[in-house]
Design a protein around this ligand. Sequence first.
Ligand SMILES: [Zn+2]
Length: 407
Amino acid sequence: MRALSLAIDAHHALTPELRERIVENVRTRMQEHPYRLLSPEHFRALAALDTAGPPVVSLYLQLTPERRVGSGWRSALSALSHRISRTTDQSTRASVNADIEDIQGALDQQLPELGRGAAFFACRERGIWRQIALPIPLPDSIQIGPRPYLRPLLRTWGRSDRMLLALLSREQSRFFVSHLGTIEEIYRVKGQRIRGMLTDRVPRDRRDALAIQLMKDEAKALASMAEIIGQEFETSHILLCAPPDMSAAFRGHLSKESLSRLTAFETSVHASSAEIGAAAAAIQDQLKAQEERELIDRLREANPVAVSTGTQETLDCLSEGRVLTLVIDDSYAAAGTQCRLCGSLFEDARLSKCPVCGEADLDAVDDLVEAALQQALERRAQIAFVRDPACRSALSDKAPLQALLRY
Ligand SMILES: [Zn+2]
């Protein structure tokens, strides 16, 4: 797998056109290659998709080591497709079978190197095709309907689940995005060939000063690229590995916001993605735990009217559109109820009519958290998972579902 590469030096300054090209390249790249991490923009585009008719097949398949050996995944895929064939009419079945054939073809061709599984969203009739590497194991499932079934993916969509890794050196600089421990190289920049540029025409006593100036120019361009990639992927932190002089120059050109979310780490700029991911893992866990602790403190110390600290209260605020950040104990699982008319969610799974609007037509919801996540996405609320054991127990003292409120 090759990252996009680009040269920035005295002859190729980071012009607005070049900047635009970088953004375009990053976006195109995220569409082309199979088994990409999903960028937030693509995620929102999927969430907005509606064929208003032809069924989209949404299929989640775990890829455990056993399933990766030989074609171990085949029997799991065939079990999933049987689930559908029993329950649908003939024309839907034909359409779904065509999509499953395409999915099988894609898996035959290449299993994702990254991740713990794969998700597919396919509708041949409408030319819809997405294959995504899953950073966490999600249960096997298949759903058909006019809209992609994204709820399980929402569990990987916490606000500090994506981070940017910047590895800088004079020869080359590399940018990675990690998503819950899965890591992918996004961009590679060739450094300047300083020795070649400092020919005999440059007086010997000026060479050092010139070399430093070139390094500073390059660091400025790299800082600008880090900001672009960070915005594109909505990453929460920057992990930086760079020699001291480049590090100082790079930091000097970052925004205040990025700078406050930057941490140094050590690895080799020539290492493989997997090695770099491993080198960053411990520090990423620390950053996440620290973020979770800060969130718990904010919930505890905030004015009581600015937070919601009970599960049902949080669900009420969520459907009213008042939630700014939904905070979820990642291990919480419960069934619930959803009103078909007003969409409100309820912890009580045995309700006979909606306490908000009086509607008697209620849906049983087997995973209340996923339903709440879907609502958070629709209401543009941020999502924060609490995964650290100490933070989880601090949260659960009150409720596994809480929120910081907009008003
Ligand atoms: Zn209702």
